[in-house]
Ligand binder design. Sequence first.
Ligand SMILES: Nc1ncnc2c1ncn2[C@@H]1O[C@H](COP(=O)(O)OP(=O)(O)OP(=O)(O)O)[C@@H](O)[C@H]1O
Length: 232
Amino acid sequence: MISLNNVTFKWHKNDPIPTLNIPTLIINKGEHVFLHGPSGSGKSTLLALLAGINTATSGDVLILSQNLNTQSNTKRDAFRADHIGYIFQNFNLLPYLSPIENVTLGCEFSKSRQQKALKQHSEPKPSLQKEAVRLLNALGLNEQYHNKDVATLSIGQQQRVAAARAFIGSPELIIADEPTSALDANNRQNFIKLLFEQAKLSNSTLVFVSHDESLKPLFDRAIDLMSLQEPL
Ligand SMILES: Nc1ncnc2c1ncn2[C@@H]1O[C@H](COP(=O)(O)OP(=O)(O)OP(=O)(O)O)[C@@H](O)[C@H]1O
């Protein structure tokens, strides 16, 4: 599913040492991986490489056997829209749209994801909105909030909207960058369980970044970014 070979990444070409220096990293299809490391160690930078938002300075980043480093920006954008759901640290929701509108936007730029989402609700007629409602319910957002402006929701509720948006159209890879930092311990674990259920249903691989190491045992595997990197 994910394969990194001899990857380095520098933010600026004159940086004396790279921010990332990863000889090898393999993540298998369907794995739920917990990625951790100290603040500033490069977790978000790595997620941006996996999503093709940035490209490696050297080495290969293969996602679903596609080498993101040899693709044009346009191709990488299309690849991301088709195959990757991203839950951002600050959620990146559109505040004056409703949860349902924010979730359906998640497959706005991908025909294949729209088709997959519509397949879930083909009767009596295909409906993206119905799939958005199903996902919002599955991720724990009560129906009474589905049509309110997102800006009026609590942080925990917005987080559920951001997760539903990432899952619409069942992308093969879900990337989550500290999506639980604003929640208390109980809500965090509950939310992660809902994420796992959804990832199983859509057969998605999950890469999840958090500082909270108490979450580690919930995952199939934990990766410490510091021990992954080659010493320089
Ligand atoms: N846009 C940018 N331009 C230049 N340097 C950056 C940029 N974004 C991050 N960096 C640098 O890259 C390094 C890794 O940052 P990154 O955000 O990936 O770390 P992190 O492990 O996700 O940290 P945190 O846990 O605090 O979110 C840091 O030294 C940071 O200053």
